[in-house]
Ligand binder design. Structure first.
Ligand SMILES: [Zn+2]
Length: 526
């Protein structure tokens, strides 16, 4: 017996040495048989078997007709004819309230997503350690990592104040940034368009990013303006790149787009600008959602920035002053035009009887013109209207999508825009299968391994031995998005299996009840 064992070990060793692949384990929890494997890298796909044991992938090898004889598994998934991909990683969303209420994060699981990253556009839960503890306590369907928001940190130190920070305040903010990084934040996000980030000067952001950079973080930014207002789109992108350069940190442009009719067809200018910094050796990436409409609060979208100084209460006070109100009303038509006009602006929620209609319809119902209707809705303390505004055009969207440094993202918060339930299904159906804007290889790479590499998610984003078993199995032609602007919460279909840390979370479009997601904490560089 001993002799046989030694011989067989020798043969296995020999086979391994001559390139016959890794040894098939004798048993496992899940065996995925004969699927077409895209491993998350740029390597070509091939037919493969995958064995999962516990939370990890323990074997990946070329499809073997005898695999089921060699490996006894508790569960067998026949993936013949299916794509086997790493679970999608959404690098940009606003899911904090969703995750705290709907632990499963089902709309994401149901479109193949296994990891989400909130804390974006300058806003995060503070302190992150509490948020993470709550998620771990209650259980989560997907994995969650998070950024820390600059606006959140600024509010902790100086509230909503419409002024530059003093050197002492910057020092205090740096301290908070350090603590958030120690507690596992991936980096710092800014929302320089929003209150109070819009009141900060570039040097404040550089100081905070430099501090964050020492701890290995990444800068991701909703730039100062994606539209023609303030310093305009191209200068806002330039500011983000200059901040990254001065602080010596990688920069990610959040939800890259050309917002509003005046900025349309500027994708080439933005791409050239970004590439010029990449050529200098800077790491610059972007993420993008595949929709022409954005999701945004009515005040942020449709009023001039100065009228929001000091927050919502201050804005409502200004409405009471006839002189200021006249000025606000005079500035709104231009903003309305940029955002597509009252006929296309859709009020998706939080507006009572005016929810789920266009601004033009709401105005008609009130018997007011659209400008007066906006003021009326914003005055009402019981309402906080949320909008979908058609601000992008297809040509820019397609150009950005085809850049090798642009990743897929949702920018989602559940219930306000179809992207939180449809993004990845929309990308597969519309942009891979129907329009061919992306190849399937490229779609998978920009939705998995590329995100893990950009944000330093260890042992995620690839299907490799020793990596966490986050896996999505589907047939591209079966994947269908169902969420629309009118019904943004309808789940996608066409996903055979979604596996999170080795547990099956979705099987044939049914959520299994599994809460196997983990909090993913960034480890600070020592
Ligand atoms: Zn944003």
């Amino acid at each position: 017996m001993k002799k046989i064992a030694i011989v067989s070990t020798f043969v296995t060793l020999l086979l391994t040495l001559v390139g016959c692949g890794p040894q098939v384990p004798a048993e496992g929890d899940i065996l995925i048989v004969g699927g077409t494997l895209y491993d998350g890298s740029e390597a070509p796909s091939y037919k493969a078997d995958v064995v999962i044991s516990g939370e990890k992938v323990v074997y990946v090898g070329a499809a073997d007709p005898d695999i089921q004889k060699k490996c006894k598994a508790t569960k067998i998934i026949d993936a013949e004819g299916y794509v086997v991909s790493p679970g999608f990683i959404d690098p940009h969303d606003h899911l904090e309230p969703t995750l705290l209420k709907q632990h499963a994060n089902e709309s994401y699981l149901r479109m193949g997503v296994t990891t989400v990253i909130p804390g974006m556009c300058g806003g995060s839960r503070y302190p992150l350690s509490d948020f993470f503890a709550k998620l771990e306590d209650q259980g989560i369907g997907t994995n969650v990592a998070s950024f820390t928001g600059h606006n959140t940190i600024r509010e902790q130190v100086m509230g909503d104040e419409a002024r530059y920070a003093t050197p002492e305040e910057v020092e205090k903010m740096k301290e908070l940034v350090r603590q958030e990084m120690l507690d596992g934040s991936l980096g710092l996000s800014t929302g320089l368009f929003y209150v109070p980030g819009c009141f900060s000067e570039t040097s404040e952001v550089v100081a905070l990013m430099t501090e964050m950079g020492k701890m290995g973080g990444i800068y991701t930014t909703h730039v100062r303006n994606e539209n023609k207002f303030n310093i305009g789109l191209v200068n806002s992108i330039r500011e983000a790149l200059e901040i990254g350069k001065a602080a010596g940190v990688p920069v990610n442009i959040s939800h890259i787009k050309c917002l509003g009719r005046s900025e349309w067809y500027k994708a080439d200018s933005v791409i050239n600008l970004i590439e010029s910094y990449q050529q200098q050796g800077m790491k610059v990436t972007a993420d993008q959602y595949p929709y022409l409409a954005s999701g945004i609060g009515m005040a942020s979208a449709l009023t001039p920035a100065w009228c929001r100084d000091g927050g919502t209460k201050a804005m409502r006070e200004r409405f009471k002053d006839p002189e200021q109100l006249a000025r606000i009303k005079a500035e709104i038509p231009d903003i309305l035009y940029e955002r597509g006009g009252a006929e296309t602006i859709y009020i998706s929620k939080n507006a009572g009887e005016y929810s789920q209609m266009t601004l033009a319809e709401a105005a008609a119902k009130m018997k007011k013109n659209p400008v007066d209707a906006i003021i009326e809705l914003l005055k009402d303390k019981s309402k906080s209207p949320y909008l979908n505004t058609f601000i992008a055009n297809e040509e820019d969207l397609t150009k950005y999508m085809q850049q090798p440094w642009v990743m897929s993202c949702t920018d989602g918060s559940f219930g306000s825009h179809p992207r939180a339930a449809g993004t990845y299904a929309e990308l597969i159906k519309q942009f891979v299968v129907e329009k061919g804007v992306l190849t399937l290889d490229r779609f998978i790479r920009r939705s998995t391994g590329q995100v893990a590499e950009t944000y330093g998610l260890k042992n995620r984003g690839f299907i490799r031995k020793g990596y966490f078993a986050d896996i999505t199995i589907f047939k591209p032609e079966e994947v269908t998005p169902h969420a629309t602007y009118a019904e943004p919460t309808l789940f996608a279909t066409g996903f055979k299996n979604v596996i999170v840390n080795g547990q099956v979370a979705v099987e044939d479009d049914v959520y299994t009840g599994s809460l196997s997601g983990m909090v993913l904490r960034h480890e600070v560089k020592k």
